[in-house]
Write a protein that binds this ligand. Structure first.
Ligand code: T4K
Length: 372
C-alpha cells in the first residue's frame, strides 16, 4: 500500500528557527493581549498583503462573527450556500437570517446577476466568499451594495495574498476576513484576521475582540475573546518568511495537475481568474456527466488507493439541518451550487507534496476513469 496522501498538510517553518521566538516569549512573559509579536505580525501582514489596517483573530469564524457585530448588521444577509459552514454559522450566531443566492458555475462565487432579486427591506448586508481564492465579482457587488445601501463583508478565508487588477483583493468591500487555519496557504496553527478600511473601524474591532474593553474601566460593547496569542503571532512572523516559496510550490503543483489531467474524459478543471494572481489554495476538479465513473465512486476509489481528496463543498450549507427550511434553501433556487457540490473533488495540494505524489494522483485518476 502506498503512503496515504491527504488533501492538505500544513506548511511548517523549520522547528529550530522557532526556538528563538519561544525564548523571547519566555523571557518577557507576555503571552497574549496585544503583545509585541501580535503587534509585529499585524504590521508585517499589512505590509505583505498591501493593506492599511488589519486586526488579528484567534480564527476566521470568530472574526466573521465579530465583523457582523462591528458593522451592526441586522435582519437578512445575502450569502452563498457553496462554502464552509462557518460562513453561514457566523450569521446564526448574530441572530441574522441567511438568504442563499446561487453561484456562478464558472467561478463558484455568488452570481451577481441573482443578488438583486433576493434583496428585501430587511436586507442589510452581503456576505460573499472568494471561493478557492478566486475573486468575486467585486465591482458589481459593490455597485449593488451602493444602490441598496448594503454593507459587504467578504469571507476571504481562501484568498491570502491574492492580487486583483494589481491591488490586494482584500481592499474590496467594507471588511474582509482571512483564515490562518492549519489547512490554509498561510497558517498560524489557528488564526485569522479582519482587514478594515480605517483606523476607527479597526479600533472598534479591537475593542470587540477584547470583551469590548476600551480601557481598564470602560466596556463599550458586549465583545468576545477573539485575541490571537503570542505563540501563534510569533509563529506567523516566522511563517511569513516562507510563504512566497510555499505559494510558488503550490502553483507548480497546480500546473502539473493541469497537464496530467487535461486529457481525462469527463474531468473538468476550472480556469483561474484572468484578472487576479492565484494562490493555489485548493485544486478543485469537477467530475462531469460524461465521465465513466461518478464523483462519489471516484472519491471512494481514490480513498481506497490512499489518496484523500475532499468534497469541498458538499453537502451545501443550505442542505444542513439548521438551514434547509429557509425559503432560499429551495433546491430550484440553487441549481448551479447543487451541481458543483455534486461534482467537485478537491485534490491534494500543499507545498511538501512531491512531483511523484502528483503523478500518482493523476495516474490513479486516469486508470479509474478509463477502467469502466
Ligand atoms: N470560511 C471559509 C470559506 C472557510 O473555508 C473556513 C475554513 C472558514 C470560513 C473558517 O475558518 P477558521 O475558523 O477555521 O479559521 C477544514 C478546516 O478546519 C477549515 O479551517 C477550512 N475552512 C475547511 C475548508 O477545511 P475540515 O473539517 O475539512 O478539516 P480536517 O481536520 O478534516 O483537515 C483536512 C485535512 O488536512 C486532514 O485530512 C489532514 C490535514 N490536516 C489537518 C489539520 C487540522 C493536517 O495535516 N494537519 C492539521 O493540523 O475543515
Amino acid at each position: 500500500m502506498n503512503k496515504p496522501i491527504f488533501v492538505t498538510q500544513p506548511h511548517l517553518s523549520p522547528l529550530k528557527d522557532f526556538i528563538p521566538y519561544l525564548e523571547q516569549i519566555w523571557e518577557n512573559k507576555i503571552l497574549t493581549n496585544n503583545g509585541p509579536f501580535h503587534q509585529k505580525l499585524e504590521s508585517a501582514l499589512c505590509e505583505y498583503l498591501g493593506v492599511e489596517h488589519l486586526a488579528l483573530f484567534t480564527n476566521a469564524t470568530i472574526a466573521l462573527v465579530t465583523s457582523l457585530q462591528a458593522l451592526r448588521i441586522t435582519g437578512e444577509v445575502i450569502t452563498t450556500p457553496y462554502s464552509f459552514v462557518a460562513t453561514a454559522h457566523s450569521l446564526l450566531w448574530n441572530n441574522l437570517k441567511p438568504v442563499f443566492v446561487d453561484i456562478d458555475p464558472e467561478t463558484f462565487n455568488l452570481d451577481p446577476e441573482k443578488i438583486e432579486a433576493a434583496i428585501t427591506p430587511q436586507t442589510s448586508a452581503i456576505l460573499p466568499v472568494h471561493c478557492y481564492g478566486n475573486p468575486c465579482a467585486v465591482e458589481r457587488i459593490q455597485h449593488i451594495a451602493d444602490t441598496y445601501g448594503l454593507k459587504v463583508i467578504y469571507d476571504a478565508a481562501h484568498a491570502f495574498g491574492v492580487q486583483y487588477k494589481g491591488e490586494s483583493l482584500l481592499k474590496h468591500g467594507d471588511l474582509s476576513v482571512l483564515s490562518f487555519h492549519a489547512t490554509k496557504v498561510f497558517n498560524t496553527f489557528e488564526g485569522g484576521a479582519i482587514i478594515c478600511p480605517d483606523a476607527k473601524t479597526k479600533q472598534r474591532i479591537d475593542y470587540l475582540k477584547n470583551f469590548g474593553f476600551a480601557n481598564e474601566v470602560t466596556v463599550t460593547a458586549p465583545g468576545i475573546n477573539g485575541k490571537m496569542s503570542e505563540i501563534n503571532a510569533a509563529f506567523g512572523l516566522l511563517q511569513l518568511k516562507h510563504v512566497d516559496g510555499a505559494i510558488a510550490r503550490r502553483c507548480e503543483i497546480q500546473t502539473r495537475y493541469r497537464e496530467g489531467l487535461s486529457n481525462v474524459r469527463g474531468i473538468i478543471i476550472p480556469e483561474n481568474s484572468i484578472n487576479a494572481t492565484n494562490n493555489a489554495s485548493y485544486f478543485p476538479i469537477l467530475v462531469g456527466i460524461d465521465c465513466s465513473i461518478s464523483r462519489d465512486e471516484l472519491y471512494d476509489a481514490l480513498k481506497s488507493a490512499g489518496i484523500n481528496g475532499r468534497r469541498y463543498f458538499y453537502p451545501l450549507i443550505s442542505d444542513m439541518p439548521m438551514y434547509k427550511n429557509l425559503p432560499s434553501a429551495d433546491k430550484l433556487n440553487l441549481q448551479n451550487a447543487r451541481e458543483a457540490s455534486s461534482q467537485v473533488i478537491c485534490l491534494p495540494i500543499y507545498p511538501q507534496l512531491t512531483d511523484e505524489d502528483v503523478l500518482r494522483v493523476c495516474e490513479t485518476i486516469q486508470k479509474l476513469t478509463a477502467s469502466r
